[in-house]
Design a protein around this ligand. Structure first.
Ligand code: NFK
Length: 347
């Protein structure tokens, strides 16, 4: 580990977590430390610090029974990491790494929580959002300084996600089999992380050890398809999709197709190295009560992944509720992620 990486990691203290997320059913964890949390660790310690290029980490209590030292990196030996990428249409400033907080608390308070080495949730630069009602980017006030980290465009977002995962791996975290999960546009990016980074014009220097399993929660996989022909019930969202898609990828539809995991040129699953001898495992989750993302996105992703037989194992898991409900509550998400992590041992 280089010393700027180390200094950035040790600069953020561990905060003990004592609250149980569900006091009605888990009573014995009240007032007990269920884990520790680091908030906004800068993953590009050599660059100008930006809150958008940070990550949060949660760990179960160390087996020593003492609070972890600031420089502790939990060992990945035999225990998987879970890494989460939040949604928000690549542009919503109010959806951040903290979107993982509820699920993290549920995971840490679960009986199988200690089987996880650690949990991480990534921030990344966002695209312009001039129509945001309270925090437009660029700012609407004349003379106000725009935040360059909120004027990003593809491949900036995936560049940051890969940089965050690379940082964790330089620390020794997530160096063994790990699960990469994303919600909504975070699912798009989780899949992009399994593709050859040269697709994004990125140097092999930011190459990561790729995930053993991908989990897409209410994910976006085919933006061009949605915008060309949204399902009837979602037709009213076409302008909103076109707006955030253009903000993230520009106006050229070819770029949307190249970036989206269900429409990318060629067939990327063979670019995904899930680890030696390991099946590439994908878990797709789509709530039928989601008013923002239609089930058709999942179907289109499944169709692409199953184009060649026996390369990717695609599983589907159930979830209910609204688009963001899955991370707002976090309970079902925690179950899904723990189940996928437990399955890594059997891959
Ligand atoms: N809150 C978002 C809306 C949003 O996130 C969204 C809307 C439709 C379909 C997917 C969405 N988010 C995916 O990351 C926004 O303000 O643009």
């Amino acid at each position: 580990m280089s010393s700027p990486d180390w200094a950035a990691w040790a600069s953020i203290p561990w905060t003990p977590l004592t609250a149980s997320p569900d006091t009605t059913t888990i009573t014995d964890t009240n007032n007990k430390t269920i884990g520790y949390h680091k908030h906004h660790v800068p993953y590009l310690p050599q660059s100008t610090p930006s809150p958008w290029q940070t990550l949060d980490v949660w760990i179960p209590p160390p087996s020593t029974g003492s609070p972890p030292p600031r420089n502790l990196i939990p060992s990945s030996a035999n225990r998987p990491w879970l890494i989460f990428i939040h949604g928000g249409a690549w542009r919503d400033p109010f959806v951040t790494s903290s979107a993982f907080s509820s699920a993290a608390l549920h995971i840490l308070s679960s009986p199988t929580g200690p089987q996880i080495a650690g949990l991480a949730s990534l921030n990344y630069r966002l695209s312009p959002y001039p129509s945001h009602p309270t925090s437009p980017s660029p700012p609407s006030k004349p003379g106000a300084t725009p935040d360059p980290a909120r004027l990003a465009r593809h491949p900036d977002h995936i560049h940051d996600v890969l940089a965050g995962i690379g940082y964790l791996q330089r620390l020794g975290a997530a160096s063994g089999p790990y699960v990469l999960a994303g919600h909504s546009c975070g699912a798009t990016m989780a899949f992009q992380a399994a593709m050859d980074p040269s697709r994004w014009g990125l140097s092999p220097a930011i190459c990561i050890a790729q995930p053993a399993a991908l989990v897409g929660l209410n994910g976006l996989y085919d933006l061009a398809g949605f915008i060309a022909s949204p399902p009837a019930k979602y037709a009213g969202l076409r302008d909103a999709y076109a707006e955030f898609t253009c903000a993230a990828f520009g106006d050229d539809e070819t770029a949307w197709r190249a970036a989206c995991p269900a429409t990318a040129d060629g067939w990327w699953p063979r670019e995904w190295d899930a680890g030696r001898e390991r099946r590439r495992r994908v878990v797709l989750v789509q709530s039928c009560e989601d008013s923002l993302v239609p089930r058709q996105q999942l179907e289109s992703m499944r169709g692409y992944l199953e184009r060649e037989e026996g390369v990717v194992e695609v599983l589907e898991m159930e979830a209910l509720g609204e688009h963001d409900g899955i991370w707002v509550s976090g309970e079902r998400m925690a179950q899904i992620l723990l189940e996928v992590a437990a399955g890594l041992g059997q891959a």
